[in-house]
Design a protein around this ligand. Sequence first.
Ligand SMILES: [Zn+2]
Length: 432
Amino acid sequence: MANAALEHHNCTQFEKAIIELAPGICGAVGFAASCVYMIEGAKSVTIVDTSESTRAAENILAEFRQRTDKPVGRIIYTHSHRDHISGASVFAPDGNVPILASSSFSSDLVGVDMATIAPNKALGRRTQAQFGIGLSDAERISLGCGPGNRPMQGLGAGYLPPTQSIATDCDIDLDGVAARLIMAPGETSDHMVVFLPGTRVLFGGDNWYHAFPNLYAIRGTPYRDFAAWAQTLGMLAELGAEILAPGHTRPVFGAGNVCEVLTTTRDAIIHVMRQTASMMDQGLSMDDIAASIQLPQELAQKPWLGEFYGRIDWSARAFAAGTLGWYDGNPTHLGTLSSQQRATHLAQLAGGAQALMQAATSTEDLQWRLELCDHLLALDAPAHHSQARLLKADAMEALAEDEINATARNTYLWAAKLLRQVPGDPEQGETA
Ligand SMILES: [Zn+2]
């Protein structure tokens, strides 16, 4: 079972298709986690982004070859996320095709540019969970930004580094097609979008897709600059594009529609910033902010602001942490109880570990059940651990069925599977 809105999003946004944007310009949607675009020039084509695997890139190139056999003249990366740069070698098999990217390219590629000391094992584990690596196609129905069911052969294998760094906005010629490259910090700080003034097609990278923006990715990301992203969306709206070709999900046609999706997404980000700041100013706890924040009705009803990929409560937490850091202003949190100390106190209050187990089993509040299971697993009471693991797995699977957010769904199911397979909680780092 899966959330009906998430299933609908997956069916409507990620159905495999080659979509013509304008004469000589088309995009491949649903072949991979991300979209790949082709712009036909006089004697060559330009490829915008390359997907996440060599197999997906091969499938896409085969489709493009049915339209033209002109050679690939250049590749443009909109940003450095791996799902956009890992099929390049398929489009440039000899490695001698110019590859253009922003001069700040890769600044957000966690694990590559990061300092040597970094939680890379944690990042790897959480990335697997977010994308549901190892789940069946029936379980992993969606990535939120792409179809769950897609080829995985050659995942991450076809990356080629950029050969031309673009430092500022500039006009370039794509073999007879005029284009403007525009620095557009948003989901990443190294975003560079492509605008074709002739056909008014805008290749926006991941600064917009048909889902609430992933202002925080639960695999783990540095702070994404909310203000810069909102500002960029406003700037893109003013370009007057007729067609928006996003890095994920289907294109948007019509100047009015393009303007509306960009400005309302900008407004949603600004709303989260304002609301979070206001509640922080009032001294609310982070849990109370996350539990209560929502979009105003006029934004909440926009289909493209559904929380299929990003989530509003996570965004509020990210904004709080990104602006004032981890401390929430409550002096209680200046000190720390270990998980075991806290669980021991709670078990004493409840009347012992068995009573805590009884409470976890009988409550109908699944979130509360998860929290009680965590306390049981933290207790020095191994006799209860096996039952607590199964109880936690059951609760996560039940939550996954209703969850509209694909990354949360995948993470619940991934973690539940691990809990059933081996002793230990994946979030405690005992396994995987
Ligand atoms: Zn992407």
